[in-house]
Write a protein that binds this ligand. Structure first.
Ligand SMILES: Nc1ncnc2c1ncn2[C@@H]1O[C@H](COP(=O)(O)OP(=O)(O)OP(=O)(O)O)[C@@H](O)[C@H]1O
Length: 286
């Protein structure tokens, strides 16, 4: 998605004209925005992978015209790693500041902390604790006192999966500092509309994709998650002229055996997926 530049190198994302949110979540976002005018706010967005958490954060920034900065917490292996690192420059070791210190000191910045429940090393969250607590400041030998600027909103996203539900794996001391909002997949009618608008498939094609997705979702034995992202990928393939089978084979990202079970169950239950005969041809031109 395109973004427009703001003065300090951070970016205000563009509004996604086809982003849908429940009225409840819209109302929550509105309140978070109001609270942020008084002091920085922490919001935890919980939901299944690919259900739209990142887009929600992006859309919040876009709709409110605020700069957005995203950081992957899941890959952190030590406390200071978000802030900067020592690097060799012209034979000298210097401390190089990363975007994070700049983002937290930028008034009204929207800061997305991705996968906050999964840092590679638990201590990696230590410095974040101070920033997310009422103190809103942290001392670093290299950078001095860093204070969170007025109006900053931290959105932490957390993937809800089979291995854990909701916020239970998040450290209680950390969880305590967040408002929590939960997201689920969109209702079918809305998913159909998103599919039509974003991928250009017809209403009938969109309906068929959702029927297939529902039948896979309903069959827990298959263990295949069909997220909104996956549905959009199916739609893109079909809009590009692919068959439903081709779309499923390329989009679902599952092992061969599960894929065969998926195709078989769709074929048996709904006659939806045509059997294919594999032939080989030369691939020498587009
Ligand atoms: N409510 C929605 N309205 C329109 N499009 C949506 C909506 N939710 C998700 N999408 C689309 O689905 C895709 C996946 O969304 P997104 O990346 O936000 O999911 P996520 O939950 O953050 O995924 P992950 O857990 O993998 O980070 C994006 O292309 C996004 O535009």
């Amino acid at each position: 998605m395109k973004t427009s530049s703001s003065a300090n190198g951070l970016f205000v994302p563009e509004v996604d004209p086809y982003y849908y949110v429940s009225t409840e979540n819209q109302s929550f976002l509105d309140k978070f925005s109001k609270i942020s005018k008084k002091h920085p706010v922490n919001v935890l967005v919980v939901g299944k992978q690919g259900c739209g958490k990142s887009s929600l954060v992006r859309q919040y920034a876009a709709v409110n015209g605020l700069p957005l900065a995203t950081f992957q917490i899941g890959i952190l292996s030590e406390p200071g790693q978000l802030f900067g690192e020592y690097a060799l420059e012209n034979g000298e070791t210097r401390y190089k500041q990363f975007l994070f210190p700049q983002a937290i000191q930028t008034p009204n910045c929207v800061i997305h902390l991705e996968e906050i429940n999964r840092p590679e090393h638990p201590k990696a969250l230590n410095m974040l604790f101070s920033i997310l607590s009422d103190d809103r400041q942290v001392w670093m030998d290299e950078l001095g006192l860093l204070q969170v600027a007025p109006g900053v909103v931290f959105f932490a996203t957390l993937n809800e999966g089979a291995e854990f539900v909701g916020t239970e794996l998040l450290d209680p001391a950390l969880r305590d500092r967040f408002y929590v909002t939960t997201m689920d997949f969109l209702p079918n009618e809305v998913e159909i509309e998103v599919l039509e608008k974003k991928t250009g498939v017809t209403h009938e094609q969109a309906r068929e994709i959702i029927t297939v997705a529902n039948s896979i979702r309903a069959n827990a034995d298959l263990g295949v998650d069909v997220s909104t992202r996956k549905i959009l990928m199916l739609g893109e393939m079909i809009a590009a002229g692919g068959t439903l089978r081709e779309a499923i084979v390329t989009s679902l990202q599952t092992d061969k055996k599960t894929l065969e079970s998926v195709l078989l169950s769709l074929h048996v239950n709904q006659g939806k997926v045509e059997k294919s005969k594999t032939e080989y041809v030369q691939y020498i031109a587009a």
